[in-house]
Design a protein around this ligand. Structure first.
Ligand SMILES: [Zn+2]
Length: 455
Protein backbone atom coordinates (compact mmCIF):
# COMPACT_ATOMS: atom_id res chain seq x y z
CA UNK A 1 0.00 0.00 0.00
CA UNK A 2 1.30 3.43 -0.88
CA UNK A 3 1.56 6.30 1.59
CA UNK A 4 -1.77 7.69 2.66
CA UNK A 5 -2.72 10.83 0.79
CA UNK A 6 -4.87 13.42 2.46
CA UNK A 7 -8.26 14.76 1.51
CA UNK A 8 -7.01 18.28 2.20
CA UNK A 9 -5.23 18.54 -1.15
CA UNK A 10 -8.36 17.30 -2.90
CA UNK A 11 -10.58 19.77 -1.04
CA UNK A 12 -8.17 22.64 -1.79
CA UNK A 13 -8.24 21.74 -5.47
CA UNK A 14 -12.06 21.67 -5.43
CA UNK A 15 -12.10 25.13 -3.77
CA UNK A 16 -9.61 26.74 -6.09
CA UNK A 17 -11.29 25.29 -9.20
CA UNK A 18 -14.85 26.14 -8.21
CA UNK A 19 -15.31 28.51 -11.14
CA UNK A 20 -14.33 25.83 -13.62
CA UNK A 21 -16.97 23.53 -12.15
CA UNK A 22 -19.55 26.33 -12.48
CA UNK A 23 -18.51 26.86 -16.11
CA UNK A 24 -18.93 23.18 -16.86
CA UNK A 25 -22.36 23.12 -15.24
CA UNK A 26 -23.37 26.16 -17.28
CA UNK A 27 -22.21 24.43 -20.48
CA UNK A 28 -24.19 21.29 -19.67
CA UNK A 29 -27.37 23.22 -18.83
CA UNK A 30 -27.04 25.22 -22.08
CA UNK A 31 -27.41 21.94 -23.95
CA UNK A 32 -31.09 20.90 -23.81
CA UNK A 33 -31.62 17.16 -23.28
CA UNK A 34 -35.31 16.46 -22.81
CA UNK A 35 -35.93 12.72 -22.68
CA UNK A 36 -39.70 13.13 -23.07
CA UNK A 37 -39.33 14.74 -26.51
CA UNK A 38 -35.82 13.64 -27.50
CA UNK A 39 -34.70 17.28 -27.84
CA UNK A 40 -30.89 17.50 -27.66
CA UNK A 41 -30.42 13.98 -26.26
CA UNK A 42 -27.89 12.95 -28.89
CA UNK A 43 -25.89 16.16 -28.55
CA UNK A 44 -25.85 15.91 -24.77
CA UNK A 45 -24.72 12.28 -24.82
CA UNK A 46 -21.81 13.37 -27.03
CA UNK A 47 -20.97 16.22 -24.67
CA UNK A 48 -20.90 13.83 -21.72
CA UNK A 49 -18.75 11.38 -23.70
CA UNK A 50 -16.28 14.19 -24.34
CA UNK A 51 -16.14 15.06 -20.62
CA UNK A 52 -15.30 11.49 -19.67
CA UNK A 53 -12.77 11.32 -22.45
CA UNK A 54 -10.99 14.45 -21.19
CA UNK A 55 -10.97 12.88 -17.75
CA UNK A 56 -9.22 9.78 -19.12
CA UNK A 57 -12.18 7.52 -18.29
CA UNK A 58 -12.17 5.67 -21.61
CA UNK A 59 -15.87 6.36 -22.33
CA UNK A 60 -18.22 4.09 -24.24
CA UNK A 61 -21.51 4.92 -25.89
CA UNK A 62 -23.68 1.91 -25.12
CA UNK A 63 -26.56 1.45 -27.49
CA UNK A 64 -29.47 -0.98 -27.64
CA UNK A 65 -30.93 0.44 -30.83
CA UNK A 66 -33.71 2.48 -29.21
CA UNK A 67 -34.08 5.26 -26.65
CA UNK A 68 -31.22 7.41 -25.34
CA UNK A 69 -27.71 5.92 -25.17
CA UNK A 70 -26.04 5.12 -21.86
CA UNK A 71 -22.58 6.67 -21.49
CA UNK A 72 -20.17 4.70 -19.32
CA UNK A 73 -16.53 5.04 -18.36
CA UNK A 74 -13.93 3.76 -15.96
CA UNK A 75 -10.72 4.88 -14.29
CA UNK A 76 -8.57 2.19 -12.73
CA UNK A 77 -6.97 2.87 -9.39
CA UNK A 78 -3.27 2.14 -8.99
CA UNK A 79 -3.39 2.07 -5.21
CA UNK A 80 -6.59 0.09 -4.75
CA UNK A 81 -7.60 -1.84 -7.87
CA UNK A 82 -9.58 -4.39 -5.86
CA UNK A 83 -12.50 -2.12 -5.10
CA UNK A 84 -14.86 -0.23 -7.41
CA UNK A 85 -17.27 2.60 -6.83
CA UNK A 86 -19.86 3.49 -9.44
CA UNK A 87 -21.38 6.93 -10.01
CA UNK A 88 -24.88 6.70 -11.40
CA UNK A 89 -26.20 9.94 -12.93
CA UNK A 90 -28.43 11.05 -15.77
CA UNK A 91 -27.87 13.63 -18.47
CA UNK A 92 -31.54 13.96 -19.47
CA UNK A 93 -33.88 16.57 -17.98
CA UNK A 94 -37.59 17.20 -17.54
CA UNK A 95 -39.41 19.31 -20.15
CA UNK A 96 -39.05 23.02 -19.28
CA UNK A 97 -42.75 23.94 -19.73
CA UNK A 98 -44.55 26.10 -18.67
CA UNK A 99 -41.99 28.53 -20.10
CA UNK A 100 -43.84 31.69 -19.02
CA UNK A 101 -43.22 30.86 -15.37
CA UNK A 102 -39.42 31.01 -15.70
CA UNK A 103 -37.68 34.25 -14.65
CA UNK A 104 -34.86 33.51 -17.10
CA UNK A 105 -34.88 31.12 -20.09
CA UNK A 106 -34.48 27.45 -18.99
CA UNK A 107 -31.57 26.64 -21.30
CA UNK A 108 -29.70 29.92 -20.76
CA UNK A 109 -28.14 29.47 -17.31
CA UNK A 110 -28.23 32.58 -15.15
CA UNK A 111 -26.66 33.19 -11.74
CA UNK A 112 -28.60 35.22 -9.17
CA UNK A 113 -27.92 35.41 -5.41
CA UNK A 114 -25.47 32.52 -5.36
CA UNK A 115 -27.78 30.23 -7.32
CA UNK A 116 -27.62 29.09 -10.91
CA UNK A 117 -30.99 28.83 -12.64
CA UNK A 118 -31.79 26.53 -15.56
CA UNK A 119 -33.47 23.25 -16.46
CA UNK A 120 -31.41 20.34 -15.16
CA UNK A 121 -29.05 22.54 -13.12
CA UNK A 122 -29.96 20.57 -10.02
CA UNK A 123 -31.52 17.39 -11.46
CA UNK A 124 -29.15 16.04 -12.50
CA UNK A 125 -26.46 18.05 -14.28
CA UNK A 126 -25.21 19.63 -11.05
CA UNK A 127 -24.51 16.19 -9.58
CA UNK A 128 -23.02 14.92 -12.83
CA UNK A 129 -20.70 17.94 -12.91
CA UNK A 130 -19.74 17.29 -9.29
CA UNK A 131 -18.79 13.65 -9.98
CA UNK A 132 -16.65 14.60 -12.98
CA UNK A 133 -14.93 17.46 -11.19
CA UNK A 134 -14.22 15.59 -7.96
CA UNK A 135 -12.60 12.86 -10.04
CA UNK A 136 -10.46 15.50 -11.71
CA UNK A 137 -9.49 16.78 -8.24
CA UNK A 138 -8.19 13.33 -7.23
CA UNK A 139 -6.35 12.86 -10.49
CA UNK A 140 -4.69 16.28 -10.42
CA UNK A 141 -3.58 16.06 -6.79
CA UNK A 142 -3.06 12.35 -6.06
CA UNK A 143 -2.34 11.30 -9.66
CA UNK A 144 -4.69 8.46 -8.78
CA UNK A 145 -8.21 7.68 -7.54
CA UNK A 146 -8.89 6.05 -4.13
CA UNK A 147 -10.40 2.95 -5.79
CA UNK A 148 -11.60 2.19 -9.30
CA UNK A 149 -14.16 4.76 -10.47
CA UNK A 150 -16.95 3.76 -12.82
CA UNK A 151 -19.44 6.14 -14.41
CA UNK A 152 -22.87 5.25 -15.72
CA UNK A 153 -24.73 8.24 -17.15
CA UNK A 154 -28.14 7.40 -18.57
CA UNK A 155 -30.44 9.56 -20.69
CA UNK A 156 -33.92 8.35 -19.71
CA UNK A 157 -34.15 8.75 -15.95
CA UNK A 158 -36.85 11.38 -16.27
CA UNK A 159 -39.06 9.01 -18.24
CA UNK A 160 -38.75 6.14 -15.80
CA UNK A 161 -35.42 4.66 -17.04
CA UNK A 162 -37.54 2.67 -19.46
CA UNK A 163 -34.65 0.91 -21.19
CA UNK A 164 -32.15 0.59 -18.36
CA UNK A 165 -33.03 -3.04 -17.60
CA UNK A 166 -32.28 -3.84 -21.26
CA UNK A 167 -28.89 -2.16 -20.87
CA UNK A 168 -28.30 -4.31 -17.80
CA UNK A 169 -28.97 -7.42 -19.89
CA UNK A 170 -26.75 -6.34 -22.77
CA UNK A 171 -23.95 -4.63 -20.81
CA UNK A 172 -23.96 -6.17 -17.30
CA UNK A 173 -20.33 -5.19 -16.67
CA UNK A 174 -21.06 -1.45 -16.67
CA UNK A 175 -23.40 -1.97 -13.67
CA UNK A 176 -20.91 -3.94 -11.57
CA UNK A 177 -19.34 -2.31 -8.52
CA UNK A 178 -18.84 -2.72 -4.79
CA UNK A 179 -20.77 0.44 -4.00
CA UNK A 180 -22.88 2.98 -5.87
CA UNK A 181 -23.20 6.72 -5.34
CA UNK A 182 -26.71 7.58 -6.49
CA UNK A 183 -27.69 10.52 -8.71
CA UNK A 184 -29.29 12.75 -6.08
CA UNK A 185 -28.71 13.74 -2.48
CA UNK A 186 -27.86 16.72 -0.36
CA UNK A 187 -29.01 18.73 2.61
CA UNK A 188 -32.39 19.24 4.27
CA UNK A 189 -34.06 22.69 4.62
CA UNK A 190 -31.86 23.41 7.65
CA UNK A 191 -28.63 22.56 5.85
CA UNK A 192 -28.15 19.17 7.52
CA UNK A 193 -26.67 16.48 5.27
CA UNK A 194 -28.99 13.56 4.55
CA UNK A 195 -27.71 10.07 3.79
CA UNK A 196 -30.55 8.47 1.79
CA UNK A 197 -30.40 4.69 1.62
CA UNK A 198 -33.21 3.71 -0.68
CA UNK A 199 -36.02 4.53 -3.07
CA UNK A 200 -39.59 3.40 -3.46
CA UNK A 201 -40.69 1.45 -6.52
CA UNK A 202 -43.46 2.30 -8.94
CA UNK A 203 -46.19 0.79 -11.06
CA UNK A 204 -47.61 3.32 -13.51
CA UNK A 205 -50.66 2.45 -15.57
CA UNK A 206 -53.16 4.13 -17.81
CA UNK A 207 -56.75 2.99 -17.51
CA UNK A 208 -58.96 3.56 -20.53
CA UNK A 209 -62.67 3.04 -21.04
CA UNK A 210 -64.22 3.21 -24.42
CA UNK A 211 -67.91 2.88 -25.25
CA UNK A 212 -69.23 4.47 -28.46
CA UNK A 213 -67.00 4.94 -31.49
CA UNK A 214 -67.52 8.73 -31.32
CA UNK A 215 -68.64 11.46 -28.92
CA UNK A 216 -72.42 11.79 -28.96
CA UNK A 217 -75.13 14.25 -27.89
CA UNK A 218 -75.58 14.02 -24.14
CA UNK A 219 -79.33 13.52 -24.59
CA UNK A 220 -78.32 9.98 -25.51
CA UNK A 221 -77.21 9.57 -21.90
CA UNK A 222 -80.66 8.02 -21.53
CA UNK A 223 -79.58 4.99 -23.55
CA UNK A 224 -75.78 5.05 -24.11
CA UNK A 225 -73.30 4.07 -21.42
CA UNK A 226 -70.92 6.82 -20.30
CA UNK A 227 -67.23 5.77 -20.28
CA UNK A 228 -66.37 8.43 -17.70
CA UNK A 229 -68.82 6.87 -15.25
CA UNK A 230 -67.37 3.43 -16.03
CA UNK A 231 -63.88 4.71 -15.31
CA UNK A 232 -64.88 6.47 -12.11
CA UNK A 233 -66.61 3.27 -11.00
CA UNK A 234 -63.50 1.20 -11.70
CA UNK A 235 -61.24 3.69 -9.91
CA UNK A 236 -63.57 3.67 -6.96
CA UNK A 237 -63.00 -0.05 -6.42
CA UNK A 238 -59.22 0.40 -5.97
CA UNK A 239 -59.19 2.01 -2.54
CA UNK A 240 -61.20 2.29 0.60
CA UNK A 241 -59.91 5.05 2.81
CA UNK A 242 -56.15 4.54 2.76
CA UNK A 243 -56.30 0.81 2.02
CA UNK A 244 -55.70 -0.58 -1.46
CA UNK A 245 -58.38 -3.24 -1.99
CA UNK A 246 -56.70 -5.34 -4.69
CA UNK A 247 -56.26 -8.84 -3.19
CA UNK A 248 -52.65 -9.72 -2.43
CA UNK A 249 -51.41 -6.13 -2.83
CA UNK A 250 -49.62 -6.13 0.52
CA UNK A 251 -48.46 -9.79 0.47
CA UNK A 252 -44.81 -9.01 -0.31
CA UNK A 253 -44.45 -5.84 1.75
CA UNK A 254 -41.30 -6.20 3.85
CA UNK A 255 -41.68 -5.18 7.47
CA UNK A 256 -39.47 -2.44 8.89
CA UNK A 257 -36.53 -3.66 10.94
CA UNK A 258 -36.04 -2.28 14.44
CA UNK A 259 -33.10 -0.23 13.20
CA UNK A 260 -35.14 1.23 10.34
CA UNK A 261 -37.91 2.25 12.73
CA UNK A 262 -35.37 3.88 14.98
CA UNK A 263 -33.78 5.80 12.08
CA UNK A 264 -37.20 6.99 10.92
CA UNK A 265 -37.98 8.12 14.46
CA UNK A 266 -34.68 10.00 14.73
CA UNK A 267 -34.99 11.78 11.38
CA UNK A 268 -36.27 15.33 11.85
CA UNK A 269 -39.34 16.30 9.87
CA UNK A 270 -40.65 19.84 9.83
CA UNK A 271 -44.30 18.98 9.33
CA UNK A 272 -45.41 22.56 10.00
CA UNK A 273 -43.17 24.03 7.29
CA UNK A 274 -44.17 21.31 4.84
CA UNK A 275 -47.89 21.82 5.46
CA UNK A 276 -47.42 25.58 5.06
CA UNK A 277 -45.46 25.07 1.83
CA UNK A 278 -48.20 22.81 0.42
CA UNK A 279 -51.05 24.91 1.76
CA UNK A 280 -52.68 21.97 3.56
CA UNK A 281 -54.00 21.84 7.10
CA UNK A 282 -53.63 18.12 7.75
CA UNK A 283 -51.92 15.11 6.29
CA UNK A 284 -54.18 12.47 4.79
CA UNK A 285 -56.40 10.70 7.36
CA UNK A 286 -55.12 13.23 9.90
CA UNK A 287 -52.01 11.14 10.45
CA UNK A 288 -49.55 12.21 13.11
CA UNK A 289 -46.04 13.41 12.27
CA UNK A 290 -44.56 10.03 13.21
CA UNK A 291 -47.15 8.22 11.07
CA UNK A 292 -46.37 10.57 8.19
CA UNK A 293 -42.64 9.87 8.49
CA UNK A 294 -43.23 6.12 8.38
CA UNK A 295 -45.70 6.46 5.50
CA UNK A 296 -43.25 8.42 3.34
CA UNK A 297 -40.76 5.57 3.64
CA UNK A 298 -42.96 2.51 3.85
CA UNK A 299 -46.52 3.07 2.68
CA UNK A 300 -47.63 1.65 -0.67
CA UNK A 301 -49.76 4.29 -2.40
CA UNK A 302 -52.33 4.52 -5.18
CA UNK A 303 -52.52 7.97 -6.76
CA UNK A 304 -54.70 9.23 -9.58
CA UNK A 305 -52.16 11.42 -11.40
CA UNK A 306 -54.53 12.57 -14.09
CA UNK A 307 -58.06 11.94 -15.29
CA UNK A 308 -59.56 13.09 -18.54
CA UNK A 309 -62.73 12.69 -20.54
CA UNK A 310 -65.09 14.75 -22.63
CA UNK A 311 -65.27 18.51 -22.62
CA UNK A 312 -63.27 20.43 -20.01
CA UNK A 313 -63.12 23.87 -21.64
CA UNK A 314 -64.95 27.05 -20.58
CA UNK A 315 -68.74 27.17 -20.47
CA UNK A 316 -70.81 24.08 -21.10
CA UNK A 317 -70.95 21.55 -23.86
CA UNK A 318 -73.59 18.83 -23.68
CA UNK A 319 -71.59 15.89 -24.85
CA UNK A 320 -71.38 12.23 -23.95
CA UNK A 321 -67.72 11.35 -24.47
CA UNK A 322 -66.65 8.19 -26.24
CA UNK A 323 -63.55 7.59 -24.11
CA UNK A 324 -62.18 8.27 -20.65
CA UNK A 325 -58.60 8.01 -19.38
CA UNK A 326 -56.93 7.94 -16.00
CA UNK A 327 -53.23 7.78 -15.22
CA UNK A 328 -52.57 6.03 -11.95
CA UNK A 329 -49.31 5.54 -10.09
CA UNK A 330 -48.74 3.06 -7.33
CA UNK A 331 -45.62 3.67 -5.21
CA UNK A 332 -44.17 0.38 -4.06
CA UNK A 333 -41.97 -0.75 -1.20
CA UNK A 334 -39.60 -3.72 -0.86
CA UNK A 335 -40.37 -6.54 -1.93
CA UNK A 336 -43.38 -5.69 -4.09
CA UNK A 337 -43.03 -6.64 -7.74
CA UNK A 338 -44.74 -4.36 -10.31
CA UNK A 339 -45.14 -7.19 -12.86
CA UNK A 340 -46.96 -9.30 -10.29
CA UNK A 341 -49.07 -6.36 -9.12
CA UNK A 342 -50.23 -5.37 -12.60
CA UNK A 343 -51.53 -8.94 -13.01
CA UNK A 344 -53.34 -8.66 -9.69
CA UNK A 345 -54.83 -5.32 -10.79
CA UNK A 346 -56.11 -6.85 -14.06
CA UNK A 347 -57.63 -9.82 -12.32
CA UNK A 348 -59.26 -7.65 -9.70
CA UNK A 349 -60.91 -5.28 -12.19
CA UNK A 350 -62.35 -8.31 -14.01
CA UNK A 351 -63.77 -9.74 -10.78
CA UNK A 352 -65.29 -6.35 -10.01
CA UNK A 353 -67.11 -6.38 -13.36
CA UNK A 354 -64.71 -4.04 -15.17
CA UNK A 355 -63.25 -6.35 -17.80
CA UNK A 356 -63.82 -3.56 -20.35
CA UNK A 357 -61.28 -1.26 -18.63
CA UNK A 358 -58.10 -1.37 -20.68
CA UNK A 359 -54.86 -1.29 -18.68
CA UNK A 360 -51.71 0.06 -20.31
CA UNK A 361 -48.63 -0.72 -18.25
CA UNK A 362 -46.25 2.17 -18.80
CA UNK A 363 -43.66 1.96 -16.01
CA UNK A 364 -42.55 -0.57 -13.44
CA UNK A 365 -39.65 -0.33 -11.04
CA UNK A 366 -38.98 -2.20 -7.83
CA UNK A 367 -38.04 -0.46 -4.58
CA UNK A 368 -34.60 -0.85 -3.07
CA UNK A 369 -33.03 -0.21 0.32
CA UNK A 370 -29.43 -0.44 1.47
CA UNK A 371 -28.73 -1.47 5.05
CA UNK A 372 -27.37 1.32 7.27
CA UNK A 373 -24.70 -1.19 8.33
CA UNK A 374 -23.16 -1.33 4.84
CA UNK A 375 -19.66 0.20 4.58
CA UNK A 376 -20.82 2.70 1.94
CA UNK A 377 -23.56 3.96 4.30
CA UNK A 378 -21.10 4.26 7.19
CA UNK A 379 -18.60 6.04 4.93
CA UNK A 380 -21.23 8.54 3.75
CA UNK A 381 -22.20 9.33 7.33
CA UNK A 382 -18.58 9.77 8.39
CA UNK A 383 -17.80 12.02 5.42
CA UNK A 384 -20.92 14.16 5.94
CA UNK A 385 -19.76 14.97 9.43
CA UNK A 386 -16.26 15.74 8.19
CA UNK A 387 -17.45 18.17 5.52
CA UNK A 388 -20.49 19.76 7.17
CA UNK A 389 -19.21 19.65 10.78
CA UNK A 390 -22.64 18.53 11.88
CA UNK A 391 -24.38 15.21 12.46
CA UNK A 392 -26.00 13.74 9.37
CA UNK A 393 -29.53 12.39 9.07
CA UNK A 394 -29.97 8.85 7.81
CA UNK A 395 -33.07 8.35 5.66
CA UNK A 396 -34.14 4.73 5.27
CA UNK A 397 -35.65 5.57 1.90
CA UNK A 398 -36.65 8.47 -0.25
CA UNK A 399 -40.39 8.71 -0.96
CA UNK A 400 -39.44 8.94 -4.63
CA UNK A 401 -38.44 6.31 -7.17
CA UNK A 402 -35.41 5.41 -9.26
CA UNK A 403 -33.85 2.39 -10.93
CA UNK A 404 -31.67 1.54 -7.91
CA UNK A 405 -32.90 -2.07 -7.90
CA UNK A 406 -30.97 -2.72 -11.13
CA UNK A 407 -27.68 -2.27 -9.27
CA UNK A 408 -26.66 -5.21 -7.13
CA UNK A 409 -24.28 -3.25 -4.94
CA UNK A 410 -25.29 -1.17 -1.90
CA UNK A 411 -26.26 2.41 -2.86
CA UNK A 412 -26.18 5.76 -1.09
CA UNK A 413 -27.89 8.89 -2.35
CA UNK A 414 -25.67 11.82 -1.39
CA UNK A 415 -24.60 14.97 -3.21
CA UNK A 416 -24.90 18.71 -3.53
CA UNK A 417 -28.67 19.09 -3.64
CA UNK A 418 -30.73 21.35 -1.40
CA UNK A 419 -34.40 21.74 -0.57
CA UNK A 420 -36.40 24.24 -2.66
CA UNK A 421 -34.31 23.65 -5.79
CA UNK A 422 -37.55 23.53 -7.86
CA UNK A 423 -36.52 20.30 -9.54
CA UNK A 424 -39.00 19.41 -12.33
CA UNK A 425 -40.58 22.88 -11.93
CA UNK A 426 -39.97 26.37 -13.37
CA UNK A 427 -36.94 28.25 -11.99
CA UNK A 428 -35.01 25.08 -11.16
CA UNK A 429 -31.88 26.21 -9.35
CA UNK A 430 -28.69 25.07 -7.76
CA UNK A 431 -27.13 26.73 -4.75
CA UNK A 432 -23.49 26.99 -5.84
CA UNK A 433 -22.19 26.68 -2.28
CA UNK A 434 -23.63 23.15 -2.23
CA UNK A 435 -22.11 22.28 -5.58
CA UNK A 436 -18.73 22.59 -3.83
CA UNK A 437 -19.78 20.99 -0.55
CA UNK A 438 -21.47 18.11 -2.34
CA UNK A 439 -18.29 17.41 -4.31
CA UNK A 440 -16.27 17.31 -1.09
CA UNK A 441 -18.83 15.08 0.59
CA UNK A 442 -18.89 12.56 -2.24
CA UNK A 443 -15.09 12.65 -2.62
CA UNK A 444 -14.58 12.05 1.08
CA UNK A 445 -17.20 9.25 1.14
CA UNK A 446 -15.53 7.46 -1.71
CA UNK A 447 -12.13 7.79 -0.08
CA UNK A 448 -13.42 6.44 3.22
CA UNK A 449 -15.22 3.60 1.46
CA UNK A 450 -12.03 2.72 -0.43
CA UNK A 451 -10.16 2.42 2.87
CA UNK A 452 -12.78 0.18 4.51
CA UNK A 453 -12.85 -3.58 4.39
CA UNK A 454 -15.88 -5.13 2.73
CA UNK A 455 -17.09 -7.93 4.97
ZN1 LIG B 1 -35.71 14.26 -11.89
Amino acid sequence: MKAKLSMKEVFDYIDSNKNRAIELLSKLVSQPSVAATGQGIKECSELVMKLLDELGANPKLNDIGEGSPVVSGEIKSKRNPEKTILFYNHYDVQPPEPLELWDSPPFTPAIRDGKMYGRGVSDDKGELTGRVKLTEAFLKTWKDVPCNFKFLFEGEEEIGSIHLSQYLKKYPEIFKADGVVWEFGGVDPNGRPQVVLGVKGILYVQLTTNVAKKDVHSSLGAIVQNPAWRLVGALNTLKSGEKILIPGWYDDVRKFTKQELELIRQAPYDAKAIKADLGIRNFIAKMSIEEAKRALVGKPTCTICGIYSGYTGPGSKTVLPSEAFAKVDFRLVPDQDPDDLVRKLRKYLVTQGYSDVKITYSEGERAKRTSPKEPIAIAAKFAAEQVYKTASIVQVSSAGTGPMYLFNAPCVAIGGGHAFSNAHAPNENKQLEYLVKGMKWVASTVNRFAEMRIS
